[in-house]
Design a protein around this ligand. Structure first.
Ligand SMILES: [Fe+2]
Length: 385
């Protein structure tokens, strides 16, 4: 996140002696992204964070591709994903390309038996159902319905759920996830026209520090393989850190919609960006107020981006027969738009209660076997009159 955060205890000067009460040194780690050009933080551990005992297992979790070159508009029934106990095995990749993956998950149990570290990708976990606590080596964040949890690559974490009824929409990005640059000033501060500001960003506030030795299992994802690594010290042994590279939460309910007299284009909904995709929030808002306005969107040919919409709540005015938890994929290269009757139906409406997350990817998405199982097979014909 492009603003400074400090948690726990740190020495007054970086890269200097920082001693424990017994006189020994804390172990400093520079944790950065994009080589030494990206955001980073300086972390202070009870023990050296390098103490690998063994790698117990290595196995692939690469998604199996059903359609490598897809030209069909698809509707996927996300709530048909079966709940599973384990957090990692519950995650089902439904759409993917070399930049990002769209994942659905319905985990039933808190992740407590091991720690997880995704070195391939930043993660955005959107909480559709459920609440709990994201626990990381850089501090904890409480979450609930409507939260985006942004977890930069390399953050070691566990996750606690308050109940078994959880539904997650997860975006993994191989490029760093940032808030849109056009909403930040020269210093990184969010500008007045930004649909959210620093007060809406929830940083980790509660540091769990364990000074413990033993056997600690960390499942590390690298190049779509999981490495089951056993460490000799507890991964949550951080006494303090400062910098810019840390997990945070932002609630979709804190996104302030930008509206106008006529239909506003999708970028007004933009919440996050990378060099390869954007994530947008469609939230309850007043409709366009020109006397002749058509609130439903116009047909559009996103000629060079695939469009994924995840329907969270409320009526989605441009679609007929859309339910909670469904995903639509409108692939690059063809035109899509409102369903028959939707434009007329929208005229005169003054507001919408719709809540949805959109992911536009600049490279085409492949449909996985898990994704294709959720498809109704006929959505691409739903514009026929
Ligand atoms: Fe669209």
């Amino acid at each position: 996140m492009p603003f400074y955060h400090k948690l726990g205890k740190i020495p007054p000067k970086r890269h200097t002696q920082f001693r424990k009460p017994d006189g020994s040194l804390y172990s400093e780690q520079l944790f950065g992204t994009v080589g030494f050009d990206g955001m980073y933080c300086n972390i202070y551990h009870e023990h050296r964070p390098t103490q690998v005992k063994q790698i117990k297992k290595q196995y692939s979790v690469a998604p199996k591709i059903a359609s490598a070159n897809n030209m069909l508009s698809l509707r996927l029934d996300g709530f048909a994903i079966k709940p599973e106990k384990d957090f990692l095995s519950s995650r089902k990749t439904v759409l993917t390309n070399s930049d990002c993956s769209i994942i659905l998950a319905a985990p039933q149990e808190s992740l407590r038996d091991y720690f997880y570290k995704n070195t391939d990708a930043d993660e955005v976990i959107f909480i559709h159902k459920g609440s709990g606590k994201l626990r990381t080596f850089l501090g904890n964040i409480d979450f609930k319905y409507g939260d985006y949890l942004v977890i930069p690559r390399g953050i070691i974490y566990q996750i606690d759920f308050d109940s078994e009824d959880n539904r997650l929409f997860i975006v993994e990005s191989r490029q760093p996830i940032y808030t849109p640059k056009r909403y930040r000033n020269w210093f990184g501060q969010l500008l007045e026209h930004s649909p959210f500001c620093e007060r809406d960003i929830r940083k980790p506030e509660q540091l769990e520090t364990y000074d413990a030795k033993g056997e600690f299992l960390v499942k590390v994802k690298k190049n779509d393989d999981i490495f089951e690594m056993v460490y000799a010290t507890h991964p949550f042994d951080v006494v303090g850190y400062d910098g810019y590279n840390y997990p945070y939460a932002f609630s979709i309910h804190d996104f302030e919609p930008i509206t106008g007299r006529i239909h506003q284009p999708p970028p007004v909904h933009q919440t996050f960006e990378t060099t390869a995709m954007v994530i947008c929030s469609f939230v309850p808002r007043l409709y366009d107020y020109h006397p002749e306005s058509i609130p439903a969107p116009y047909n559009h040919s996103n000629i060079d981006s695939d469009e994924v919409l995840y329907y969270v709540d409320g009526d989605f005015m441009s679609r007929n027969d859309i339910k909670q938890g469904q995903i639509t994929l409108h692939p690059a290269g063809i035109v899509h738009g409102p369903h028959p009757g939707a434009a007329e139906r929208s005229i005169g409406k003054t507001e919408t209660e719709e809540l949805a997350v959109m992911v536009d990817t600049f490279k085409p998405l492949q449909v996985t076997e898990d994704g294709m199982k959720l498809s109704d097979g006929t959505y691409y014909q739903s514009w026929l009159e």
